[in-house]
Design a protein around this ligand. Sequence first.
Ligand code: 5AD
Length: 454
Amino acid sequence: MNTSTAKPPELSNSPVAAGKKVYIETYGCQMNVADSELVSRILAEAGHQIIEAPDKAEVILLNTCAVREHAEERVIGRASQLYGLRNRTPNLTIGILGCMAQHLAKSLPQRAPFVDLVMGPDSYRRLPQILADTAEETLLDLRLSRDENYVGIDPVRKVGTNAWVTIIRGCDKFCTFCIVPYVRGRERSVDSGEILRLVGNIAREGSREVTLLGQTVNSYEDGHMDFAELLRAVSAVGGIERVRFTSPYPRDFTAATIEAMAALPQVCPALHLPVQSGSNAQLEAMQRGYSIEQYRTLVKQLRRAIPNLALTTDIIVGFCGETEEDFQATLSLMKEIRYDSAFMFKYSERDGTYAHKKMPDDICEEVKKDRLQQVIKLQEQISYEVNQQMRGKIVEVLVEGPSKRQTKTGPNNYGRSPQGKVVVFPQQAAPNTFVQVQIDKTTSHTLFGDLVQV
Ligand code: 5AD
């Protein structure tokens, strides 16, 4: 198979050779999940059929993530495994979408030569046209856009309790470790009118919860509304009873956003506030734009304004130049803040980032591994203790459905508390309704209890 950059076709509304069965598999963050929902709509509108399993698919699309290393290895492994289905479906088309497509465009055709098309996150409107082309070469379409916000496309959502709504795309922060600005392009906010149109449709379809999404979600500004104003407008949409958002950038948190969170009963008391490190030297090296003192002050303001706020975070260990002292500062910060939970990562160098170009990846794998184990162990303990304080309390749960956790007494249902914690209970309850659950048992990840009438 030759590799060439095909001239991208013009935006087309006239699908050709439509009607294929398409299977989409999604990796990475919630924004990717939301993007796959967009792709589903674009393909469905063009007459294709989205199916839930790969075996009968004529087109398999992997929507990928490039933020950390192992994600890429997994996707390439999975793509070659799915390629085996070509025995059954000789015309099988395999496509790589999303951030990894953008990132690995040059090497992918060598690493995975059976891949037919590679498209970055701003190219999805052109997918129907590209699928209609029967090219011999791998088709690459990786142009990043300054304004593609997929306005007018309602994502295909599985009706459930929560719906994702992307409100801002791309990122302009350029943290030194992070690949996102290079694979998702410049920051741009979706027009607030479009967001409210989507949220209104979501409410009509029956979802009671929306999660507003963006790489730096609280940097939202469309010329009419800032993030605090958007929170108020979204909360005012009839039928929407819970509003969440992820992920905010600490430096862009405003007093107005804290006020809106405190004042609006719809906005859940749950916040994912990535800190990355407890050391000012590391924050400086990462170019995060805040100090630990500023972060700590923000957390104090948030906790004062929003009682019962659940706080979660992201932590990177082993970033360039991280000394034992820097690492100890991260452990101390975790003990001080006592996050409800955390995503914890070993630093992995990403091609093209500032750190890749200018900063040696000088912490050896052994030390990275050891530090990661230490933060995980500490956080497990803290999460366990924080959740234990919930014993005896009654929490409002939005029911999602049957739980995978079976107990001796039989099947269970589950849902989420306002804090975003998974709550498991044995009684029957209809999905998408609110119930009250009295918690009697907890682990570091889950709360267990029984329905009560209040
Ligand atoms: N190495 C390790 N972790 C990373 N993250 C982003 N880039 C890297 C990297 N190069 C983590 C950060 C971010 C989360 C989404 O992924 O903690 O907040």
